[in-house]
Ligand binder design. Structure first.
Ligand code: ASP
Length: 324
């Protein structure tokens, strides 16, 4: 056989092997990368979902944290991994805000990924360390404005949801604070509970239990309407910050170029999970709203991501914030 024919034959064999592997997918554990530290809100959503998706997939979904400030390393790793469905990414609104914040981002959310679907919407809360000297939002505002050179704001780095919320909050009250970046709001919460930082804005998926057990002070929710699981907490809008609204959404991605049978299986498994009453209840208990199955699709995620990039990009550019 000539070298050319042998090479051609080899390519055909490997194409057949890839097709067979895609049809049999999954035959081993799947890894879901989380861009932030363990114990934080993105990690919590990932773990609920991974456990539920394991059933329809028939394989374990391992949650692996790849924390970095701003959550920018995990997407890059997923972009560079084999598009075989064994490495997937969970991420939040950061996929839409980082392109405007980083001049040298090493991934493009609009071209480097296959979209699996949307997962849920999560509101945020403004919370402070347990002994913060303010009983309500009015006192909180007065205190932080009067002590702007002393108080510190924790976030999960530029591009994190907590960064976005903090940036909008500071702009709404026209006051800047020292910000302390962490690789996730899990570790930020530990420092807040220990009193090393003063306040933060974080998802209800991380703050609900601390709020309910009275371990942190809470001054408002960032959604337009009150959160059903925390009905006694007023919105920032109703407390005077008219129009203030930040909502975080999560979604699932894979590297670009996954074979269709693999992508279809991941989409179907995500949809199964979102129909699961125990998943819906767990999210609802944490203040999150499960996306309808009709939005757990590649097309819905693609158009939502594009709309969010178009929404946040100009606002962030106007604010003139850059990470590098
Ligand atoms: N809630 C964090 C953020 O600010 C990320 C995390 O730790 O999950 O985006």
């Amino acid at each position: 056989m000539s070298v050319t024919r042998a090479l051609g034959f080899g390519l055909v064999i490997s194409a057949i092997a890839t097709t067979v592997a895609a049809q049999q997918y999954p035959t081993k554990n799947i890894t879901m990368l989380v861009p932030y530290a363990a114990g934080g809100p993105t990690d919590t959503v990932a773990r609920v979902l991974a456990q539920s998706m394991a059933k329809p997939l028939g394989q374990t979904v391992i949650v692996e944290n790849k924390p970095s400030a701003g959550g920018i390393l995990a997407p890059e790793q997923v972009k560079n991994s084999r598009p075989d469905g064994y490495t997937i990414l969970i991420h939040h609104i950061g996929m839409a805000t980082t392109p405007a914040l980083y001049r040298n981002l090493r991934f493009n959310p609009l071209t480097d990924f296959d979209y699996i679907g949307l997962i849920n919407d999560v509101p945020m809360t403004i919370i402070a360390k347990p002994n913060f000297p303010a009983k309500n939002f009015k006192e909180f505002l007065a205190y932080i404005k009067a002590n702007k050179d002393k108080v510190s704001y924790a976030n999960a780095g530029i591009g994190a949801a907590s960064h976005l919320c903090g940036m909008l909050f500071m702009s709404a009250i026209q006051t800047d604070f020292l910000t302390v970046p962490y690789k996730g709001t899990g570790p930020a919460m530990n420092d807040l509970l220990g009193g090393q930082v003063d306040f933060m804005c974080d998802q209800t998926t991380n703050t609900t239990s601390q709020i309910k057990s009275g371990k942190v002070k809470v001054y408002g929710v960032t959604s337009k309407k009150r959160v059903p699981s925390l009905p006694e907490i007023p919105t920032l809008d109703e407390q005077g910050l008219k129009g203030f609204e930040v909502g975080i959404w999560h979604a699932l991605y894979g590297p670009k170029g996954m074979p269709k049978p693999v992508l279809d299986k991941l989409v179907a498994s995500l949809q199964e999970s979102l129909k699961d009453d125990s998943v819906k209840k767990r999210f609802a208990d944490l203040g999150a709203e499960t996306m309808p199955v009709s939005r757990a699709t590649p097309a819905a995620l693609q158009s939502h991501l594009k709309a969010e990039i178009d929404k946040w990009g100009p606002l962030i550019k106007k604010a003139g914030v850059y990470a590098d």
